[in-house]
Design a protein around this ligand. Structure first.
Ligand code: GLY
Length: 399
């Protein structure tokens, strides 16, 4: 079927009238995603490479001039595009997408030993993790295990947390950012793959300490918590990408929601479920959450409503809410997640053939950079959310 703007508009109208996203709309959105991703593949093939510099292997965003910005394997966003390709394979079953997913995934292998970052889950679980889940390729297994081993070297036993950044040593002794909750899925997987419970214990410790030290009484999260690794004491609480130290940076709230939902999936510990639900309440009931459920980049940005939205936060939140809905029946999480993906499809999607192949517009990386741009991780979690909508609609398990 040729997808016209009219077809999409009609399907979106049906969606508003019914409780849940119709399968036909999901098919249309996946067809559009495939068209856009084919364009992105052409764009990536034309990215200029510089001799002597690391290869640019994945798309990240658009520059202020509107050019495609691609990144090297070491960039924290390098795993998302391979992950999108795996999701297109999962939806379509087509070899075309599996082949592309393998090509883009294989470019990241060097990262498995990069111990200078905590971003191992983002890079290697979105790529190799999805690849292993879908293909059980035995070559992917040792790569995932080595990546988890490398991540575990950043665990600080006295403080009970995994160190996030090595940069800004003049500001923080041992910074932990809320984003780090997203790397725990790799550790849980490594325990399943090896039978070694060390990874699981590190993940649980990190999640518990983050619950204790990152969260405020209103269930919003700080972005950065700095630890003294000798005493385990908290030194300070700051932001790096949000509006200010005391504000609620939207994507940070979404990372926490997703992270604690994963922790509940993996441990069945009710304290993690309670935490995920408390975060969902903070976000969904926030007086400055817009009616279309696409948050401003920070819930406390002073210029609201004249502040940029963060579509990536909405996409992460939607995907997490779909999963959460399967653990607590009778809650509004599924309906809210469906509302988010409907909003994204209706008002935030790139026209097909434009924007170098990105799927969604209007994300915000931080207060001071990447404001109101496409970001590859918004596209990744959007596709993940669409797949979850389909599986739940078909009464199939998510994993
Ligand atoms: N470091 C991940 C983020 O910007 O959300």
């Amino acid at each position: 079927m040729k997808i016209t703007l009219r077809t999409t508009a009609c399907l979106l109208a049906i969606c508003y009238l019914s409780a849940f996203v119709p399968q036909r709309l999901l098919k249309t959105l996946f067809d559009q995603a495939q068209q856009q991703t084919r364009l992105m593949l052409v764009e990536m093939a034309n990215v200029p490479q510089t001799a002597g510099k690391p290869a640019l292997v994945s798309p990240r965003t658009l520059t202020a001039e509107g050019a495609l910005q691609a990144v090297a394997a070491r960039d924290w966003t390098s795993g998302f595009f391979p992950g999108e390709l795996w999701y297109l394979y999962e939806y379509t079953g087509q070899k075309e997408w599996a082949d592309q997913a393998r090509t883009f995934t294989n470019r990241l292998e060097s990262e498995k030993t990069n111990g200078g970052t905590h971003d191992m889950g983002f890079k290697l679980y979105c790529s190799y993790g999805n690849g292993y889940r879908l293909t059980r390729d035995p070559a992917y297994r040792p790569i995932l295990i080595e990546a988890a081993r490398t991540l575990a070297t950043r665990f600080k036993p006295t403080a009970g947390i995994i160190r996030s950044w090595d940069h800004h040593k003049e500001v923080w002794q041992c910074p932990v950012i809320i984003d780090n909750m997203m790397n725990l899925e790799l550790l849980f997987a490594a325990t399943r793959l090896t039978g070694d419970s060390t990874f699981y214990k590190i993940a649980v410790s990190h999640a518990r300490m983050t619950m204790k030290n990152h969260y405020r009484p209103d269930n919003s999260s700080y972005h950065v918590v700095d630890y003294d690794t000798l005493t385990g004491k908290v030194l300070k609480k700051n932001t790096h990408q949000g509006f200010n130290d005391e504000s609620a940076w939207a994507r940070g709230q979404a990372w926490g929601l997703y992270g604690y939902t994963v922790c509940y999936r993996e441990t069945k510990d009710p304290q993690f479920l309670k935490q995920a639900q408390a975060i969902a309440r903070f976000m969904l009931d926030h007086p400055r959450m817009p009616a279309d459920l696409v948050p401003y980049y920070d819930f406390d940005a002073p210029g609201i409503p004249n502040e940029p939205r963060d579509v990536s936060a909405a996409a992460i939140m939607a995907s997490a809410l779909f999963e959460l809905s399967t653990y607590v029946p009778g809650t509004p999480y599924r309906a809210k997640a469906e509302q988010v993906i409907t909003s994204l499809a209706k008002s935030y999607a790139s026209p097909v053939g434009k924007n170098h192949g990105f799927l969604l517009l209007h994300s915000t990386g931080a207060k001071t950079f990447e404001r109101d741009v496409p970001l590859v991780y918004a596209d990744y979690y959007y596709l993940e959310a669409l797949l979850r909508a389909k599986k739940i609609g078909d009464n199939k398990p998510l994993f």
